[in-house]
Design a protein. Structure first.
Lengths: 456, 267
């Protein structure tokens, strides 16, 4: 079905382009300069119009058919078996669909066969109707477009306006998606907080939401997210402690001291580090780094948990280094050479120039690089799942196991507790994370704007 | 056409102490031979102008005088360049210290993204020229005054230097260079990014500063060279073609190429 539609759209569009172009050339009668728009624009206009019409017709037809099929099958089921609940009705329908395409239904009976038959008829109808309508609409659009071709027709302006419309539509989709995610996030979070007081969630120090579930209700005393916030902060702090200095110093070396050859070798290697999947970092942390830390701790006479915040934080820091160094390197390189020359011309050394002129000039970019690294650290999940444990200990001791906000969201959603119960705390955590990250983004943008006119 | 000389100082062309004495200077950028066997003596307390068509090596040679070319890895300077009788390319010479003695003003105004005060105080702070805040304040004020900018900025010393107009920015850069108390001021086309009024201010400023510094200015404008300088050097294809009193260069050039250039036949 999908392949067929793609083929139809492609054929129609290409045909429209070729025909539109040919017709425009013919309309010019040998002298192309009499045309307002060059033939390619007439072709493009016909192609755009045809494609959009065919695509829209197919989309509308598919939606209508789906709606019609739903209504028809549901009414058939309620006629044949009026006593079924809605869940059972859905099961019957999915079984019927399986029967009609020769799949594996959970059960075969009279009801299901009857529904399958209707399903088959309707599916056959839509398999015929959707491409048919699409082709008809496409041809109608093509005919309109071709009829309008003449020397004065402003195909160039019109096709550009259509393209602008397509671009706007793309932007709107992105915005609407964001709005949609936000709405569902806020809605679910509000529902959670209608059951649980906000202060119990934000300031409670016991996190074990699913152990207290009674008749689908959460125990207010066990949804205190403070241990998660503490764990997240602790691990993020350790990660930034590793990533910020190393990333920044590496960037300064690359941008200011490294020879072009060295730079062309080192930069790609750093970027490979950025391409390592976080899962790999995770088991590196759990299997390699954690035992080393435990061994070290034991020789020093410290008690180290087998999964520790320190191990996860260190490895996460290593993961973030390439982000910070690569961005900082770009920012430092973007500082105009004229500023360096000015400073060197006053008799300052290279290091003084970097410290007093280049880095201050690059500061806004460096701040946003750091905040980007910070946001990644807060959102990172895989490393923490594997290396920091899942115990919600309320502690700032880096040698103990801790857990983070993101890890607990994973635990809640992938666990086998019913989604309607587990989703509440997960959404509340996600919303908190979202607010924090958004706050950091806003602060970062403010900082950047404040210092933007630093150099031109 | 011959430019008439209205600069009495140029006609007097005093004989001063030598500041730079250069012999057999060659500069290579990779394989390109930018300066060819150049010899020149530059006098103290007057303005020497380097003129010539684009790519003739005048800026390159200017940047040899404070070793700014050291920052370009493919650039190689050979020959004998002496400042006050001392070889500035000798191994024991620290280019950083040299640049404190030989200040530079660039083609495009390049104030640091700092306040006006901090821009001027940059050099003195680096070199520890002052021991108290009051001394530094006084140095900043006197430098800005010498650069003819004090009256315009004295109420907004804490505002960013990048917020000034182009001409003001260039005078700020001159103040910044003066504050380091150099002996020589190198100016690489200091007015090429400025409008005529700002250019006039800078030219007056150069005239005022002449009594305290050895000034070397690279310029594309022959009129500017005639207005501000007492000595002029004409560069062509990496050679120093002619060097002498500005009045002589413009009124009775000895070399055919100099004559063609100042009469606008090429360049």
């Amino acid at each position: 079905m999908f392949g067929l539609m793609a083929l139809i759209l492609a054929v129609l569009t290409i045909a429209a382009y070729v025909l539109g172009r040919r017709r425009a050339t013919a309309a010019a009668g040998g002298d192309l300069s009499v045309l307002h728009s060059r033939p390619v624009y007439h072709g493009a206009y016909a192609a755009l119009l045809t494609f959009l019409a065919a695509f829209a017709a197919a989309a509308v037809a598919a939606l209508v058919m789906r709606w019609f099929m739903d209504g028809s099958l549901n009414s058939l089921i309620s006629d044949l078996a009026p006593s079924l609940s809605s869940i059972e009705r859905d099961l019957v329908r999915s079984d019927a669909a399986a029967i009609s395409v020769g799949g594996f239904p959970s059960r075969v009976d009279e009801l299901r066969r009857a529904v399958a038959e209707r399903h088959g008829t309707l599916a056959g109808l839509s398999a015929f109707l959707i491409p048919g309508l699409s082709i008809a609409a496409g041809l109608a659009a093509l005919w309109t477009a071709l009829r309008r071709v003449n020397a004065d027709f402003r195909a160039r302006n019109l096709s550009e306006r259509i393209v602008m419309g397509v671009l706007i539509a793309a932007a709107v989709v992105a915005i609407l998606t964001t709005v949609g995610i936000l709405t569902s996030l806020i809605g679910e979070t509000a529902r959670f907080f209608s059951q649980i007081p906000v202060h119990k969630f934000l300031f409670g120090s016991t996190w074990s939401p699913l152990s207290g579930v009674f008749e689908g209700r959460l125990d207010q005393e066990r949804v205190g997210a403070l241990p998660l916030f503490a764990g997240t902060l602790l691990i993020t702090f350790i990660a930034m402690l590793v990533a910020l200095p190393i990333g920044l110093f590496a960037a300064i070396y690359l941008a200011e001291y490294a020879s072009p050859r060295m730079r062309s070798m080192v930069k790609p290697i750093l970027e490979i580090l950025a391409g390592v999947p976080t899962v790999v970092y995770g088991f590196f942390a759990a299997i390699t780094v954690a035992p080393i830390i435990r061994g070290l701790g034991e020789t020093l006479g410290l008690s180290v948990a087998s999964e520790s915040a320190l191990g996860a934080g260190l490895v996460m820091g290593v993961m973030i280094i390439p982000f910070i160094s690569s961005l900082s390197d770009d920012v430092i390189t973007a500082v105009p050479q004229a500023l360096r020359d000015g400073s060197l011309g006053l008799g300052s050394t290279h290091a003084e120039t970097i410290r007093k002129v280049v880095l201050p000039a690059a500061l806004p970019g460096l701040v946003s690089a750091a905040l980007l690294g910070f946001a990644r650290a807060i959102g990172e999940t895989m490393i923490v799942v594997m290396a920091a444990g899942q115990g919600a200990n309320f502690t700032f001791n880096p040698l103990e196991a801790v857990t983070t906000v993101t890890v607990q969201i994973v635990m809640l959603i992938t666990g086998d507790t019913e989604a309607s119960t587990a989703a509440g705390p997960a959404f509340a955590l996600g919303f908190t994370l979202f607010v924090v990250t958004l706050g950091f983004n806003i602060v970062a943008q403010r900082l950047v704007r404040k210092y933007r006119e630093a150099y031109d | 056409m011959t430019l008439t000389m209205e600069n009495p100082a140029a006609q007097a062309a005093p004989r001063n102490d030598l500041k730079f004495a250069c012999r057999g200077v060659n500069v290579h950028y990779g394989d390109a031979h930018a300066i060819k066997d150049l010899a020149i003596d530059i006098e103290d307390r007057l303005v020497t102008a380097f003129i010539g068509p684009s790519g003739c090596g005048k800026s390159t040679f200017l940047r040899c005088l404070n070793r700014m070319n050291d920052t370009i890895s493919i650039c190689r300077v050979t020959g004998d360049l002496k400042l006050d009788g001392e070889d500035i390319y000798a191994p024991r010479v620290d280019p950083v210290q040299l640049r404190a003695r030989v200040g530079m003003v660039f083609q495009k105004p390049n104030p640091f993204p700092k306040s006006i005060y901090d821009n001027v105080a940059y050099g003195p702070r680096i070199h520890g020229l002052t021991s108290s805040r009051e001394e530094l304040d006084a140095l900043v004020e006197s430098s800005l005054t010498k650069a003819g900018l004090w009256g315009e900025v004295k109420d907004r010393l804490d505002k960013p230097g990048t917020g000034l107009s182009g001409g003001q920015q260039q005078r700020l850069c001159i103040a910044r260079a003066i504050a380091t108390k150099p002996e020589v001021l190198l100016m690489d086309e200091p007015c090429s990014a400025l409008d005529p009024i700002a250019t006039d201010r800078i030219e007056q400023l150069i005239g005022d500063l002449r009594s305290q510094f050895c000034i070397v200015i690279v310029t594309h404008s022959m009129q500017q060279a005639a207005r501000v300088s007492q000595k002029t050097a004409f560069f062509h294809l990496g050679h120093l073609v002619e060097y002498g009193d500005t009045a002589d260069i413009f009124n009775k050039p000895r070399d055919k190429r100099t004559e063609d250039y100042i009469n606008g036949r090429f360049g």
